[in-house]
Design a protein. Structure first.
Length: 430
C-alpha cells in the first residue's frame, strides 16, 4: 500500500511504517436508518398516500484498487504458462507459483520519479440517501392512477482525478509552471471517495386492469441524473481539483423523459365474444379468438460530452473541449432534417492547447422509439390427455417392454369434443 505526502512531495509506503496498510479504514459509524408511512385520508376517498426515506450503504468495490500495489519501485507482475498435457498448476492445489516481491527501502524513495498513481488514505464507504412520496387513486373497479416523486443523493463515490491544481489565481488556464512537483512528477492520478451523484424523478403510472377484453399500462418518467464520479469505462474526465463542482454534469445513463405503454386486447369477434357468438366453428377458426398485444417505449437520448485532443502532460483518457457559449441556443435552425444533422454550434467549442475550464455534458442525444406489436390466436382444448410412457423391468429373464397408454387427441381448429380417440397398442422393445 502506498500514497503521497503533499507536504514532503514524496511517496509514502505502508512497508516503511508511514501509512496504514489497510486499503479501507475500519469504520463503525455507518448508521442506516429507514422509515416509511402509509395513510388513507377519508377526504380523498379511494386514495392512499405513501412516503419513505432511508440511508443505504454499499459494499466497498475493487474499482481502481490496483493502485494500492502498483508503484515505480515495487510491483507485482508475474506471468505463468501451464504445461500440457499434464498441467503443473492445478486449481485448488497449487493454482499459482510463489510470487517474490522486493522490499521498498527508505533510500529508494527519493529516487522515484515519473507519473504517480495511488489511492487516497481517507476513503469512505459509499452510501445513498433516498426519499419518496407517492399518491395512488383508484377509479371504479378497474382504473388506477399513481404519481410519485423519487429522489436520492449518493456520497463517497469513486473519483479518479488529478490532485494538482495547475491553474493560477484569477485564471482557469492550466500551466505546468504552477505544478510545484513538475518535472519530477509530471502528473498524478489519485483515487478517492469524493464523488457525488443525484437522481430526481417524477413517475406517473396509469393502469386499467384486464376487463372486457382490454388491459392497459402506461408509465411516464421525467428525471435527471447528475454526477461527477467515475462512470464505468468512460475514463477520467475530472480535470480540476480546486473546482470539483465544475465537473458535475448529467450522467451517461441520464434519460430526461421516457414513456412506456403496453396493452392487451382481445378482439370482440368470435364465439363466446361480443360479435359472432353463434359463428360457424370453421369460420371462428379463421377470424375468431384473435388478440392484439402491444408494447412501446418512447424516450429521449442519453447525453454526450464534447471532447478534444489532449496536449497536456496529464494523459487522461478524454479531455473536454473549451466551452465558449451554450452551443444549443446559438443554432438558428434546430431541425435535424434541414440543418444537415447539426446538433450544436461547433464555434462554441474550441480545441485545447492548455487545459482550461471543462465543458459540461449535453443532453442532445437523439431519442429512440421501440415498439412491438403482436397478433395472437387462442385455441380451445376441450379434452386432452398426456402421453404416458411406462417401462417395466422386474426380475432378470423377464421381457422389458415400453407401453404408450391410450391417449385422446383432438384437432385444434374445430374445438369439438365429439372426436374419436386414437389408441396406440402395446409394443415390445426387446
Amino acid at each position: 500500500m502506498h500514497g503521497f505526502d503533499f507536504q514532503t512531495g514524496a511517496e509514502i509506503f505502508a512497508a516503511l511504517g508511514q501509512i496504514n496498510p489497510e486499503v479501507f479504514n475500519m469504520t463503525w459509524t455507518n448508521f442506516a436508518p429507514r422509515a416509511g408511512l402509509s395513510w388513507q385520508p377519508k377526504f380523498l376517498g379511494d386514495a392512499v398516500v405513501r412516503a419513505g426515506a432511508g440511508i443505504y450503504y454499499t459494499t466497498q468495490m475493487a474499482l481502481n484498487q490496483q493502485y494500492s500495489i502498483v508503484s515505480q519501485i515495487i510491483s507485482v507482475n508475474n506471468s505463468i504458462a501451464n504445461t500440457q498435457p499434464t498441467p503443473t498448476y492445478l486449481l485448488g492445489t497449487n493454482t499459482f507459483p510463489p510470487v517474490t516481491v522486493g522490499q521498498i527501502t527508505q533510500a529508494q524513495v527519493p529516487t522515484i520519479t515519473g507519473p504517480i498513481q495511488y489511492l487516497s488514505m481517507h476513503q469512505r464507504s459509499p452510501y445513498v440517501e433516498q426519499w419518496t412520496v407517492d399518491i395512488a387513486h383508484t377509479f371504479g373497479k378497474s382504473y388506477l392512477l399513481d404519481a410519485a416523486y423519487i429522489g436520492n443523493q449518493a456520497h463517497h463515490l469513486p473519483l479518479n482525478y488529478d490532485p494538482i491544481d495547475c491553474s493560477a489565481p484569477g485564471t482557469l488556464l492550466c500551466s505546468n509552471s504552477n505544478n510545484r512537483y513538475y518535472p519530477r512528477y509530471p502528473y498524478m492520478q489519485e483515487v478517492d471517495s469524493i464523488g457525488q451523484a443525484s437522481y430526481n424523478a417524477l413517475i406517473v403510472k396509469f393502469v386499467r386492469q384486464f376487463t372486457r377484453g382490454l388491459s392497459l399500462l402506461a408509465n411516464y418518467t421525467w428525471a435527471k441524473t447528475l454526477t461527477n464520479a467515475q462512470e464505468g469505462s468512460i475514463g477520467t474526465l475530472n480535470q480540476m481539483k480546486s473546482c470539483l463542482k465544475c465537473d458535475i454534469g448529467m450522467s451517461t445513463s441520464n434519460v430526461p423523459q421516457s414513456l412506456v405503454i403496453s396493452a392487451v386486447w382481445d378482439l370482440p369477434v368470435g364465439r363466446s365474444r361480443q360479435f359472432g357468438t353463434n359463428m360457424n366453428p370453421f369460420l371462428d377458426a379463421l377470424v375468431g379468438g384473435w388478440g392484439v398485444d402491444f408494447i412501446s417505449t418512447f424516450q429521449q437520448g442519453n447525453p454526450f460530452t464534447v471532447t478534444a485532443p489532449n496536449f497536456t502532460v496529464w494523459p487522461a483518457d478524454q479531455v473536454r473541449a473549451d466551452r465558449l457559449c451554450n452551443g444549443r441556443n446559438e443554432l438558428r435552425n434546430k431541425d435535424l432534417r434541414t440543418n444537415r444533422l447539426l446538433w450544436i454550434q461547433k464555434s462554441c467549442f474550441a480545441q485545447l492547447i492548455i487545459l482550461a475550464i471543462p465543458a459540461s455534458a449535453y443532453s442532445l442525444g437523439r431519442g429512440s422509439t421501440i415498439g412491438i406489436l403482436a397478433c395472437t390466436r387462442r385455441f380451445r382444448f376441450t379434452k386432452l390427455r398426456a402421453l404416458i410412457f411406462a417401462r417395466n423391468s422386474s426380475t432378470p429373464g423377464t421381457t422389458r417392454s415400453s407401453r404408450i397408454r391410450t391417449a385422446t387427441w383432438l384437432p385444434l381448429l374445430l374445438g369439438n369434443s365429439r372426436q374419436p380417440s386414437m389408441t396406440l397398442v402395446k409394443f415390445n422393445l426387446g
